[in-house]
Design a protein around this ligand. Structure first.
Ligand SMILES: NC(=O)c1ccc[n+]([C@@H]2O[C@H](COP(=O)([O-])OP(=O)(O)OC[C@H]3O[C@@H](n4cnc5c(N)ncnc54)[C@H](OP(=O)(O)O)[C@@H]3O)[C@@H](O)[C@H]2O)c1
Length: 258
């Protein structure tokens, strides 16, 4: 059953990876899309592709979710255009660097905390009051298995994803008594631009992350997001962990030949 058709779905980090795959799957079920990221060329290309495939139901906004004032003025623009999201997918996020805490880089820490925690908060704070007023809506937070188990040198990234899990719980508690659902989707290894960003453009090192096993594809995670959002009104999946079959936790990843 399609419970998505005609709904307005706002996706942050839609220019790549999981966010982009979510845009594609929701568009294919007839959602109206509001897509957000910093890279305009990517968003424009995606929107025109979706328009060709599914008709003109997608809009995009260039936005850095880590900039509070930018998010606030963008939210006012949405209000002026009476864009009222039914679904918010808080997906924009990144890992920056992979170093032991004692060798950590302050600007890496700031990027991860500002995007993964503060960005998610700013966007949620902007969108939630409208959902509360209408007593309907669904927030999907893209967490990670890094929010369940810390791995070596993952310190600050893991801390941001533990924070996402805490915020997911906090939102569920604060929205008790409303019809608004809150879900966290927590993936293991997904083949996206994630590792290229983490290793600052070092393609060789990024490629190694996915060597010798079949990682999740962004579409696998998008299917899980779609499933969670498409549940009936009385069903709220609060947390869903999804990993490649080769991976059972951050430490147990079976690569060919190992
Ligand atoms: N890949 C994995 O193995 C994995 C596993 C678990 C969880 N995750 C989580 O999944 C989410 C999506 O990551 P991905 O794997 O799809 O990586 P990706 O391909 O690098 O996509 C990240 C997206 O976030 C956007 N973004 C980053 N910083 C932003 C900012 N300040 N403002 C607005 N948009 C921003 C990027 O767009 P612009 O650069 O155009 O702004 C891009 O669209 C992240 O939250 C990540 O932590 C990934």
């Amino acid at each position: 059953m399609n419970r998505i058709e005609g709904k307005t779905v706002l996706i942050t980090g839609a220019s790549s990876g999981i966010g982009r795959a979510c845009a594609r799957v929701f568009a294919s079920y007839g959602a109206r899309l509001v897509l957000v990221a910093r890279r305009e060329d990517r968003l424009a290309e995606l929107v025109s592709k979706l328009e060709n495939e599914h008709g003109g139901q997608a809009k995009y906004f260039c936005l850095d979710v880590s900039k509070r004032e930018e998010v606030q003025s963008w939210a006012e623009k949405l209000q002026q255009k009476t864009i009222e999201p039914d679904v918010l997918v808080n997906n924009a996020g990144l890992a920056s660097g992979l170093s032991r805490l004692q060798e950590g880089d302050f600007s890496d820490w700031d990027r991860m905390i500002d995007t993964n925690i503060k960005g998610l908060l700013y966007v949620s704070r902007a969108i939630l009051p409208g959902m509360v007023k209408r007593n309907t809506g669904h927030i999907v937070n893209i967490g990670s298995i890094a929010g369940h188990i810390v791995y070596p040198a993952g310190n600050v990234y893991c801390a941001t994803k533990f924070a996402v899990r805490a915020l997911n719980d906090g939102m569920n508690i604060d929205l008790y008594g409303t019809d608004i659902k809150v879900s966290s989707i927590d993936p293991g290894a997904v083949q996206t631009e994630f590792s290229r960003v983490r290793f600052k453009g070092d393609e060789k090192r990024a490629a190694k992350t996915y060597e010798g096993f079949k990682p999740l594809q962004p579409e696998d995670v998008a299917d899980a997001v779609f499933y969670v959002v498409n549940t009936p009104k009385h069903v709220n999946i609060q947390d869903l962990i999804i990993m490649p079959t080769a991976q059972r936790n951050p430490y147990l990843l079976k690569r060919r030949g190992e």
